[in-house]
Design a protein around this ligand. Structure first.
Ligand SMILES: *[C@@H]1O[C@H](CO)[C@@H](O)[C@H](O)[C@H]1NC(C)=O
Ligand SMILES: *[C@@H]1O[C@H](CO)[C@@H](O)[C@H](O)[C@H]1NC(C)=O
Ligand SMILES: *[C@@H]1O[C@H](CO)[C@@H](O)[C@H](O)[C@H]1NC(C)=O
Ligand SMILES: *[C@@H]1O[C@H](CO)[C@@H](O)[C@H](O)[C@H]1NC(C)=O
Length: 227
């Protein structure tokens, strides 16, 4: 092979690498549908929540995510058109409340749309579609994690229990796929804060959630957790 051939191959390989790197920063591989346990969220906050919490997992966000490298973020600067979501606001307040500040639900929705939702196109077409998609997932598709656990007789009693029991209950309702858990230390005991359900990049089927937190992370759940 001559020098021209070498240059050709090197250029092609280099272009391919650039293409792969750039597509993985703007694109994404899968979606995480993350729900947060309200009492634990308030306990994690430096200032206490003003309003009482419900013992429920409600929506944190629907996040386009990557297997490796950074997740896409901030793909728009445009805030949510509150007029266009007027007729779904009542439902959103129930499933996606701003538990830290219930006077500012829209601020929470804006943050989630700008940081995460705007990067999920396709299949997420616009802000209204983002919120409607989450309503469909939580209510119509029965991805309400509190409901899934309750049906498996796992109620939020604030007691220590094996995480595998919770994992089993979730897996049974998401086609045996692996959920992702986030925990936090609460005065010496480790409590469950978040559960994520993962779907493929077109939001059509569940998939295993990849890489939980690395060993030593404070968010990693031990074998027994409080819920
Ligand atoms: C996205 O914007 C938020 C709010 O301005 C900022 O905190 C965050 O660092 C940004 N993330 C990226 C990856 O640019
Ligand atoms: C958002 O605004 C910042 C500052 O004006 C700008 O640099 C950035 O490119 C904008 N991002 C998008 C996605 O429009
Ligand atoms: C948002 O996307 C949905 C779904 O594709 C579409 O039906 C709707 O017309 C869009 N709304 C706006 C304001 O573009
Ligand atoms: C989610 O499930 C919990 C537990 O069954 C239930 O109390 C709550 O009303 C459900 N939320 C919605 C919006 O259906």
């Amino acid at each position: 092979m001559g020098i021209t051939g070498m240059i050709y191959i090197v250029t092609m390989v280099f272009s391919l690498i650039v293409l792969i790197l750039s597509s993985s920063t703007v694109g994404y591989d899968y979606f995480q549908f993350t729900q947060q346990y309200q009492p634990a969220v308030c306990r994690s906050n430096p200032t206490p929540c003003k309003d009482p919490t419900d013992k429920l997992f409600t929506v944190h966000g629907l996040w386009p995510s990557n297997f490796n490298g950074p997740h896409p973020a901030n793909c728009t600067n445009a805030t949510v058109n509150s007029h266009r979501i007027k007729n779904i606001q009542a439902q959103l307040k129930i499933i996606w409340p701003n538990v830290l500040d219930r006077t500012n639900h829209l601020g929470f929705w804006n943050k989630q749309w700008i940081k995460h939702g705007s990067c999920g196109n396709p299949p997420i077409m616009n802000d209204t579609h983002y919120f409607q998609t989450v309503i469909n997932m939580y209510i119509t598709q029965k991805q309400n994690v509190s409901e899934i656990l309750s049906r498996a007789k796992i109620e939020p009693l604030g007691i220590q229990r094996p995480l595998v029991d919770i994992e089993k209950a979730i897996r049974n309702s998401i086609n045996k796929k692996k959920p992702r858990f986030k925990c936090q230390n609460n005065g010496g005991v480790t409590e469950l804060v978040e559960i994520s359900l993962c779907s493929d990049r077109s939001l059509t089927q569940f998939r295993d959630c990849p890489h939980p937190f690395p060993p030593g992370s404070p968010y990693l759940c031990p074998a027994d957790i409080q819920y």
